[in-house]
Design a binder for this molecule. Structure first.
Ligand code: FES
Length: 100
């Protein structure tokens, strides 16, 4: 486990998402009112890239079939047993660091 730079606050303004790739690993960074959350970028339904979807409040909407996940806990809106993996996040200045 190690924190790596995954993005910059300048590009991750409130209400937006960024995609971070590190080899096979992909992370969706979400800015909800200035608070940063990091989710596995692969939708548990069919693997859609969550960061390429929409962010409505704290809900990430998958771009492929519109399943929604709460980025603060990873839980799917219609089935609490479906949970997207979350990563710890730290912000240092403009750097967004994720523990992958
Ligand atoms: S792949 Fe995300 S909703 Fe189907």
């Amino acid at each position: 486990m190690a924190f790596v730079k995954a993005g910059s606050m300048a590009k991750l303004t409130p209400g937006t998402m960024l995609e971070f790739r590190n080899g096979e690993q992909q992370v969706a960074l979400c800015n909800v009112g200035g608070e940063i959350h990091a989710l596995d970028n692969h939708c548990p339904h069919r693997g859609g890239p969550l960061a390429q979807g929409a962010l409505h409040g704290n809900m990430v909407v998958c771009p492929w079939h519109a399943w929604e996940f709460d980025c603060t806990n990873g839980v799917c809106d219609f089935n609490a047993e479906i949970v997207v993996k979350r990563y710890a996040v730290r912000v240092e200045g403009d750097d967004v660091l994720v523990d992958i």
